[in-house]
Design a protein around this ligand. Sequence first.
Ligand code: C2E
Ligand code: MG
Ligand code: MG
Ligand code: MG
Length: 293
Amino acid sequence: RAKAFGKAQLALYNDSLQEEVHQRLNLENALSEALARKQFELYYQPIVQVSAGRSHVVGVEALLRWWQGERLVPPDEFIPALEETGEIVEVGDWVLQQACTQVQQWQQDGLAGLRCSVNLSSRQLQEDGFAQRVATILKETGLPAASLVLEITESLLMRDVPDTLATLRELESMGVRIALDDFGTGFSSLGYLHRYPLHIIKVDKSFITKAPDDDRLKAISRAIIGLGRGLEMDVIAEGIETPEQMDFLHTEGCNFVQGYWFSRPQSASMIHPILVKLSAVAYDASPAEEVLL
Ligand code: C2E
Ligand code: MG
Ligand code: MG
Ligand code: MG
């Protein structure tokens, strides 16, 4: 391949490659200190149940953030690096502990039954004794197993690691629920829905963003919602930003939603009053405006 390059181009190619490697090493170095330096923080986004013109919060999704100096780094920029080095196992453990502790606290403070959704990487699920580790965290934090939802993606199931099924079954038997995240973006083998103990489908925001203007996306969203209902799974639509999207999903019978329309992900202290307001608010009343004054 290099033969195709002229000498000058080859030098350039090497430079940019070196630059990339360099940046990656810097990122990995900075990340390896991040946990000890308490640079990670969890943001939370409400998950809302909509029924007959009323809506109320049923849970929160914990979303990891990294404070690198003054800069708040979004997860897509650093989680791949954590997965590469394997540090996601330790960081993911921290996320679980932190989120369970926080939601248990909110439950005590009056948000009874609030659910806690946590995203998992495949590396975490592959760890020996992962389900037992979850059991220990639940015991230590006092969060009921029925309040915990673990979000996994199709790509994780695609790897078909032999113990995945056993681990998910063990989690299920403890009362923990499993959500299939970003549904529709991966290979979407429907076999997964049959083979694995899954309780919740999250319709990827890429379908929701353009529905209800696009008939084809509408048809896809509708089909996923119908599939979930037929399998007696809860369906959560991600990425709701407008009242039109709310109306569409409501009409289609999708009863759980998550998106900027209700609230952007926020720090624990910022989200708490929003959760309290969303614990009983009419959905026609444009909660985003009302809540985010
Ligand atoms: P995800 O699990 O699918 O999380 C939903 C993402 O959609 C979040 O991005 C959220 O901020 C964003 N979102 C929510 N509502 C809206 C909306 O109305 N419009 C738009 N445009 N976006 C919306 P975020 O926080 O940047 O997280 C990105 C991804 O990083 C997550 O996608 C998840 O896969 C991963 N992630 C986040 N936290 C963790 C973690 O603790 N562990 C692992 N393994 N992955 C995580
Ligand atoms: Mg998620
Ligand atoms: Mg998602
Ligand atoms: Mg995702």
